[in-house]
Structures are given as C-alpha cells and as structure tokens.
Design a protein around this ligand. Structure first.
Ligand code: HEC
Ligand code: HEC
Length: 396
C-alpha cells in the first residue's frame, strides 16, 4: 500500500468514526438481515429435515427416560447437585444469579477498550458462565443412559423361544428351569430361601400378563426378587420382559394354546446315537446350567455358554470334561452328585445344586464325553452307529 492510499484511507476512517454508526437504522438493519436469514434457515430445516419423533407417549412405559431438550440440559444437570429439599436453589436461585450477573456486566465493567486484556471482569464472568453451561451439558450427555429401543420380538413362537432363553439365563437359578421353585441353593444372599412355584395353575390363573410384567420389571425387592427393567436398574428391555411373560404364559398355562412351532424341546437320543454340542448339549446347558455358569457370576469361573467355554474354562479347566472318560470328568461327577475336590482344593458340590438333572440329560452328557465331545451334528453323526431320528423330541 503506498503512502497516498494509506492517508486517504486514514482520513476516511477518521471521518466515519466521528460520524459514528447509528443504531437506527444501521444496526437494526443488520440485525434484521441476520434474523431474516436465520428465519429462512429454520423454515428450510423444518420443511426438509424435520425432527425425529420419539415413540408415542405411553403412561405404562416405566423405562422411558425423560430428558429436556439439549439447550436446557445444563439446567437439568445442575439440578442434580442440589438436594431435593432445597430444589429452589437449583431451579431459581443459581440460574437467577447467573442471569443477574449477565445483566449487571455492562455496569460492572464500563471499560471502553476492546482489547481483551483490559476487560478482565467481563471476560472472566462470561467465561465462567459459558464454561459452566458447556461443561454441564457435556456431563448430562455423558451420564444419560441410552434410551432403549422398543422393538417387538416378532411372532409368538419367536417370543417363546427368546423368552425361554432369557428365563434360563436370568430366572432359572432361583425359580428353577421349569418354574417349580423350591429351596434356593447356590445363590448368594438367598441361600436356603424357599420359593413357591411360579409355574403352577394357581400362579398362572391369578396373575395377568401385566402383573407378571410388573413383577419382573420392578422385582419384589422385599422378598428377594431383583428388578429386571432398565428403569429400575435391571438389564432387560421391555420387549425382552414381554418375551419372558409370553414364554411363561404359553409354557405353564394350560389354557393358552401353544403355537405348533413354539415348543422348544431337547431332541431325545436313540440307542447308539452320539449327541452333538450343536443340537443337544448346548440346549441342555442353556436350560439347566448357563443361568449360573456365565459371565458376570462371581461365585464360579466355569462358563458354559459356548463349545469352547465348556471345554476350556473354569478353575478345573481340562478336568471338567475329559474326552473318552466320562467317569473321570468332574462334570459327570457333579451331575452324579458326588462331591469333587477341585484343583484349588475347594469342594465342588452337586450340579445343578438344587436337584438332579433328568437322567436322560445326564446320559446325554456321558455319551457326548465318551465320544470325545463332537461339536457339530455332522461330527456326531459320523461317530454314531445309527442315523439320528428325524423328528422325535423329548418331553419339553
Ligand atoms: C435371585 C433370585 C431370583 C431371581 C434371579 C428371580 N427371582 Fe423371581 N422371585 C424371587 C423371590 C425370592 C420371589 C418371592 C416369591 C417367594 O418368596 O416365593 C420371587 C417372586 C417372583 C414372582 C412372583 C410370584 C408371585 O407372588 O406371584 C414371579 C412371577 C417371578 N419371581 C418371576 C421371575 C422371573 C420371570 C425372573 C427372571 C427374569 C425372576 N423371577 C428372577 C427370586 C428371584
Ligand atoms: C444355581 C447355580 C448353578 C447351576 C444351575 C449349575 N451350577 Fe455348576 N457350579 C455352580 C457354582 C457356584 C460352582 C462353583 C463351585 C461350587 O461352589 O460348588 C459350580 C461349579 C461347577 C463345576 C466345576 C467347574 C470348575 O472348573 O470349577 C462343574 C463341572 C459344574 N458346575 C457343572 C454344572 C453343570 C453341568 C450344570 C448344569 C447341568 C451346572 N453346573 C449348573 C453353580 C451352578
């Protein structure tokens, strides 16, 4: 830039500065322009993008986690630091003080300089408020549990199958595989408690689906029944609890007509047939063992959720199932209700702890180990002396 130009520009600048910018109409005009642009943008967003609708409001849905819109999240989060009795401090006092501070700011800091180092009060008050809002919003987003999806579990048959699986995992350890109840064995905190049957006609005829749902959702905590609904600190979604109820209803209530394809039995073995993990053992384990032998159970390290786990986990890994030698396998000994001394010299009691496994299933485990634990149906068929029967099923 040459000197000439520089001077000219300087003169222009001084003149403009002396004249000043008028609030009306200059500033108002600019504001209007920006407001108008934003307005057009909003209309565009509303027309072409829209807002994702949440599911229809359902007063029965206890799992719904209500949350304010994102721009109010910080207020909501701030409220969590205030005890309920003095709620007004969080809802009115603190936000009130913050707003007053913002209003007072131009009076507290009248410095005309625009340089930030000369505006310590204004900058610090503003920073505290902005950081507070941003920080609280982030904290709220992080600590908000994910809203569960409300997916339906499909046909009744699918629900029964899913419900059966969930029941085996979450309920069988206390209520037993067929809901027959009895003395609780091997469950911390409830050892020796006597649980009444939940599969009896009495129970089924006097409890509606909604009642069963609520019991599972909220638990009966004074009696030792834990809550399972996400809304009550449990780990099951509504659709999953519904599946469990469907399973209970169609399996235990003789008035309910079970759809043909919903009967989930464990295929019976015929003479000379070798069971496979895929078809037989996984089904028995799922129904009678996995409720205790799975990840997250503190009192034992033997997982039975997969082929690999059955063979290779546990304090006594390697001795639980010994290919070709059922008698020496700890698993068989526990099923025969002998006390086994494990490698950490702890006693392992009878399995399942509360009562005998059905003889046909004990026999299934024995034949499987005897044959060297075949994993797939094809492997098992190759070891069998007879072809597997096509459609026979054991009593469910
Ligand atoms: C830790 C043990 C435990 C587990 C696991 C458990 N319950 Fe319970 N449940 C109880 C106890 C204890 C009661 C109280 C009933 C009693 O004392 O006979 C109960 C009560 C119930 C009842 C109510 C009986 C009535 O009064 O009508 C139902 C139904 C039930 N449970 C279903 C389930 C289902 C389904 C699951 C799995 C999602 C489950 N429970 C998991 C311990 C348990
Ligand atoms: C009610 C809970 C429960 C059920 C159901 C259950 N177990 Fe166990 N099991 C345990 C506990 C707890 C241990 C740890 C040892 C102990 O305290 O007796 C264990 C240990 C074992 C062990 C020793 C594993 C090792 O390496 O330490 C074997 C084998 C076993 N169980 C087999 C089975 C089989 C097979 C089934 C199903 C037919 C079954 N269990 C069902 C609770 C259960």
């Amino acid at each position: 830039m040459n000197e000439e130009l520089k001077k000219k520009y300087h003169a222009k600048y001084t003149a403009a500065k002396q004249k000043g910018v008028k609030f009306w109409p200059d500033i108002i005009y600019k504001d209007l322009l920006v407001s108008f642009a934003l307005f057009i943008l909003l209309i565009g967003l509303a027309a072409f993008v829209g807002v994702a609708a949440e599911p229809k409001a359902d007063p029965n849905d206890t799992a719904y986690i209500p949350r304010p819109e994102w721009y109010f999240l910080f207020l909501f989060e701030a409220l969590k630091f205030v005890p309920g009795a003095i709620e007004w401090v969080g809802t009115a006092l603190i936000p009130g003080i913050a707003v007053l501070a913002l209003i007072a700011l131009p009076f507290l800091d009248k410095n005309p300089s625009r340089y930030w180092k000369n505006r310590k009060i204004a900058i610090s008050v503003m920073s505290v408020i902005v950081l507070g809002i941003v920080g609280l919003t982030i904290r709220a987003v992080i600590t908000t549990p994910e809203q569960e999806e409300t997916t339906l579990a499909g046909s009744i048959a699918e629900q029964v199958v899913q419900g059966q699986d969930l029941y085996s995992i979450y309920c069988a350890e206390c209520h037993q595989p067929e809901g027959e109840g009895g003395e609780v064995v091997g469950v911390e905190g409830l050892e020796g408690t006597f649980i009444k049957p939940i599969s009896s006609q009495d129970e089924m005829w006097t409890r509606t689906d909604q009642t069963l749902f609520n019991i599972i959702d909220m638990g009966q905590q004074d009696l030792g029944m834990p809550p399972y609904g996400l809304g009550y600190g449990g780990e099951l979604q509504r659709a999953e609890i519904e599946s469990i109820v469907t399973f209970m209803r169609y399996t235990w209530d003789e008035r309910a007509e079970i759809p043909e394809d919903a009967i989930v039995g464990i295929p019976a073995l015929v003479e000379g047939e070798v069971p496979s993990y895929e078809v037989h053992i996984s089904a028995v384990a799922k129904r009678y063992c996995v409720s205790c032998h799975r990840e997250g159970k503190e009192n034992n390290e033997y997982l039975m959720g997969s082929y690999d786990e059955i063979l290779n986990t546990g304090i006594n890994a390697g001795k639980n199932v010994i290919a070709g030698d059922p008698d020496a396998s700890y698993l068989m000994q526990t099923l025969h209700r002998q006390t086994v001394i494990g490698s950490d010299s702890n006693e392992i009691g009878a399995m399942p702890p509360s009562k005998d496994l059905k003889t046909e299933y004990i026999d299934m485990f024995a034949r499987w180990i005897e044959a060297g634990m075949p994993e797939t149906a094809a492997e098992a068929a190759a070891l069998s002396t007879v072809a597997a029967p096509a459609e026979e099923t054991a009593e469910p």
